[in-house]
Design a binder for this molecule. Structure first.
Ligand code: HMG
Ligand code: MG
Length: 304
């Protein structure tokens, strides 16, 4: 447990993609810069998807270009197909993420094709990425339940993870897209995937809809998984996943880890300031429990 945990920050992508409000390119760039300054050295900054489908992620090319001066950080972007790959590369992407689903229902709703068709779309992306020296991360959505197809068998997740791995993904991020998982189910799923692939190359991407994400992450850490996707302030959700709310909050993860003696290298004060800044922009307080608690504590201290 005391091994270093690697956090992949989702705020500027998963976080903002589900917001009603369109956040300006300048504010998205400032958000990324502030996250890196807080110590988050891997940040997903945008998505090269259809702007008709996800207008919030339009101009991701400008965001990616706008953060190219930031040193010592790795920036990820989503690409669903070769068109997205072309645009991402033109904007300087060095790491791209393809995204599949463990369920047919979600695959259709999210990317308008079957799971098998999505793999066919990813094949040329992965082949070109290999030739270009670009790293590819692979997501699997709905690993603990689907809003359309219901229960998902761990074996279905493991099989798809192997497919993405064999295509050349360096890491498989396992998404509880609608946050329905509970710790023993998360453990069972991670054991099934871990029986096929090195556990060091797995990531946990747990949304916190039912308030189970930290418990699920802890169960996964006990299985040896060391990469956690989270979003500042608990922002996030997928517009194609009815009922889904935000990612587990980065503050909540950092508080838990530091409390366990795991050094994250993240400056909580800076992270909190960043979360508060974005919350102000969106016009509502952060849903993160730790951010709320720390904000309340500061108010008390300021009064006394
Ligand atoms: P499609 O309709 O099947 O594709 O969409 P198409 O090839 O028929 O093209 C339709 C239109 O989209 C055309 O434009 C294309 O040019 C355009 P039109 O002629 O109508 O003007 N198009 C594109 N535009 C920009 N970039 C592209 C691109 N490809 C085609 N790359 C497509 C397929 C995937 C594009 C579409 O369904 C889409 O963009 N969906 C959005 C998916 C998405 O971003 N979902 C949210 C992210 S996933 C997520 O949140 C889950 C995750 O967090 C993990 C978890 O929590 O589980 C990762
Ligand atoms: Mg997500």
């Amino acid at each position: 447990m005391s091994d270093q945990i690697h956090i992949v920050e989702m705020g500027p992508r998963d976080g903002l993609q589900n917001e009603k409000m369109l956040v300006s390119v300048e504010a998205r760039i400032a958000f990324v810069e502030a996250l890196v300054a807080a110590g988050l050295n891997t940040v997903e900054v945008g998505a090269f998807v259809s702007p008709k489908a996800i207008p919030q992620m339009a101009s991701s090319d400008q965001v990616l270009r706008g953060v190219s001066h930031v040193k010592d950080a790795e920036f990820h972007v989503l690409v669903p197909n070769e068109k997205g790959y072309d645009a991402a590369r033109a904007a300087g992407a060095k790491v791209v993420s393809v995204f599949a689903a463990a369920s047919e229902g979600f695959s259709r709703a999210n990317i308008n094709c079957s799971v098998a068709e999505s793999i066919e779309r990813f094949k040329p992306v992965l082949a070109r990425a290999k030739a270009d020296g670009v790293k590819v991360r692979g997501y699997i959505s709905c690993v603990l339940g689907c809003p359309f197809d219901g229960e998902i068998k761990p074996k279905a997740v493991a099989d798809l993870a192997v497919t993405l791995w064999d295509l050349g993904c360096y890491e498989i991020s396992l998404g509880d897209t609608i946050g329905v998982g509970t710790p023993l189910k998360a453990r069972e799923m991670l054991r099934a995937v871990g029986a096929e692939l090195p556990v060091d190359n797995l990531a946990m991407h747990f949304h916190d809809t039912y308030g189970q994400a930290l418990a699920n992450l802890y169960a996964g850490m006990e299985e040896g998984v060391r990469v956690i996707d989270s979003a500042a302030g608990g922002l996030g959700g997928c517009p194609y996943a009815p009922g889904a709310t935000g990612n587990v909050a980065t503050e909540d993860v950092v508080y838990m880890l530091e409390g366990m003696g795991v050094k994250t290298g993240i400056d909580m004060d800076r992270l909190l300031a960043t979360t508060n800044e974005v919350a102000g922009l969106l016009g509502r307080p952060p849903v993160s429990r730790v951010a709320s608690a720390l904000n309340a504590k500061r108010k008390r201290l300021a009064k006394s």
